[in-house]
Ligand binder design. Structure first.
Ligand code: MRU
Length: 365
C-alpha cells in the first residue's frame, strides 16, 4: 500500500541481499521510520517489542530471522534452536509457528550448503503468498460490502467497524480485515470505517487510522467502549476484524475486546465477519479454550505514549500510582457469534463444516 505516494510492503530484503528492513510500528503514527534487522536476535526482538506485529507479519519476519540464523550455522541443531527461539516470542498468533514450520519443511532434507539459499527463497515466497492471499480476501470480502451498498441510497457510505489493526501493517500488503475496505474504496463504493482505538497499545488509533488516512479512506476513531452504542444506533452495517488463530470448530482468537464487539453485534443483528488467511487456522485445536493467551506487561496499561505540541514523543503515566494492572492481549470469540469467515478461497460459515468446505484437503488430514 502507499505512504506519501510510494508503495511499501511491511518487510523487504535489504540491498545487501541478506538482512531485512521493516517499518518500525512502535514509532507510528508520529514518525515513519524503518529499521534494519541483521540477525535472528534482531528479528526476535522486533517481534517481541512489536516493532513488527500482526499475525501474518510476525510469521514472515520470523522466516527471515531463521534465514539469518542459518547463515551463521545451518546445522539441524541450530535450525531447531532458532525455530524454538523465534516461535516463543509471541504465543497466540499461530501464523508465527506456521511460517517457521513451512521454513523447516523447505530446508530440512537439504544438505547444509544448500539451506541458506533455499531458506531465503521460501521466506520470499511466504511474503509474496501473504500479499496475494490478502488481496484475494479483499476480492471476496468486497462482495459483502457491495451487497450492503446496493441497499443504501446513492452516495450513502457503508459503515464498517473494525478492531485493532488487521490492515496491511499487520500483514505484508493489503491486510485481512482492511483488504475488502480498500478494494471497495478503490472501486468507488463509499465506505466509512469506525476504528476502535484498541487499548492498551492503540493499534486502531495509531495504525489502522494511519493506514486508512494514508489511502484516503474516510474513518472515525472511537473509544473501544463506543461500538455497542454505535450498533444500537444503526450506525454500523458490518463488523470486519482479523484474527490471530482460528480453531477447527471456528472459534476466533483476536485482540482483546473483539469478543465484546461480537456480543454487541449479535444483539443488534449486525453481521460480524472475520477475515483470515489459511495460515491462521490451527487445525490441531478443537476449540478456542486451549488457545494460549498472551499476557503482556502492565506498563502497557499504566502508561501511554503520545506526541507533544513541539513534536516530541513522550510516555506518560495514566493510572493511580501503585495500582497493579492486568494485560491479557487477546480474547476468544466463540464461533456462534461469528457470521462468517472471509478467506482467500471465499466466504463460509464459522463452523467446522464451513472451514472444511473452503479447505476440503483438510478432511483427511
Ligand atoms: O498484538 P498485535 O498487534 O500483534 O495483534 C494483532 C491483532 O490482533 C490483529 O487483529 C490480528 O493479528 C490479525 S492481523 C491480520
Amino acid at each position: 500500500m502507499k505512504i506519501g505516494g510510494r508503495h511499501y510492503r511491511t518487510i523487504w530484503l535489504s540491498d545487501d541481499g541478506w538482512s531485512v528492513e521493516v517499518i518500525d510500528q512502535t514509532k507510528l503514527p508520529h514518525r515513519f521510520e524503518t529499521v534494519a534487522l541483521k540477525s535472528c536476535e534482531d528479528a526476535a526482538r522486533a517481534i517481541l517489542t512489536m516493532q513488527v506485529r500482526g499475525a501474518p507479519l510476525i510469521g514472515v519476519t520470523a522466516a527471515y530471522g531463521l534465514c539469518m540464523a542459518l547463515r551463521e550455522d545451518a546445522s539441524d541443531e541450530a535450525m531447531d534452536r532458532a525455530i524454538e527461539y523465534l516461535a516463543k516470542q509471541r504465543p497466540t498468533a499461530i501464523n508465527l509457528r506456521w511460517a517457521l514450520e513451512e521454513m523447516r519443511k523447505a530446508i530440512r532434507n537439504l544438505p547444509r550448503e544448500l539451506r541458506v539459499e533455499a531458506a531465503y527463497k521460501r521466506a520470499a515466497e511466504l511474503a509474496d503468498e501473504d500479499a496475494e492471499t490478502c488481496r484475494l480476501i479483499g476480492v471476496h470480502g468486497l462482495s459483502l460490502i457491495k451487497e450492503i451498498a446496493a441497499r443504501k441510497k446513492p452516495g450513502e457510505p457503508v459503515n464498517v467497524l473494525t478492531h485493532c489493526n488487521a490492515g496491511w501493517l499487520a500483514c505484508v500488503d493489503w491486510g485481512t480485515a482492511t483488504s475488502p475496505i480498500y478494494q471497495a474504496h478503490d472501486a468507488g463504493i463509499p465506505v466509512h470505517v469506525w476504528v476502535d482505538e484498541t487499548r492498551p497499545r492503540n493499534q486502531g488509533a495509531s495504525l489502522t487510522a494511519f493506514e486508512l488516512g494514508s489511502h484516503g479512506v474516510p474513518h472515525t476513531i472511537v473509544v473501544d467502549n463506543a461500538g455497542g452504542h454505535l450498533m444500537q444506533s444503526g450506525k454500523v452495517d458490518i463488523c470486519i476484524v482479523g484474527t490471530d488463530r482460528v480453531t477447527a470448530n471456528g472459534d476466533v482468537a483476536n485482540k482483546i475486546g473483539t469478543y465484546l464487539k461480537a456480543l454487541a453485534a449479535k444483539d443488534n443483528n449486525v453481521p460480524f465477519y472475520v477475515a483470515l488467511p489459511y495460515s491462521t487456522i490451527d487445525w490441531t485445536l478443537e476449540d478456542g479454550r486451549s488457545i494460549p493467551i498472551e499476557e503482556r506487561s502492565a506498563d502497557e496499561v499504566l502508561k501511554m505514549p503520545g506526541r507533544l505540541p513541539d513534536g516530541s514523543v513522550v510516555t506518560v503515566e495514566i493510572a493511580a500510582p501503585g495500582s497493579p494492572a492486568g494485560n491479557p492481549a487477546f480474547d476468544v470469540t466463540p464461533a456462534r457469534l461469528v457470521t462468517g469467515f472471509i478467506t482467500e478461497r471465499g466466504i463460509a460459515p464459522a463452523t467446522r463444516e464451513g472451514l472444511l468446505s473452503l479447505y476440503p484437503e483438510r478432511k483427511d488430514a
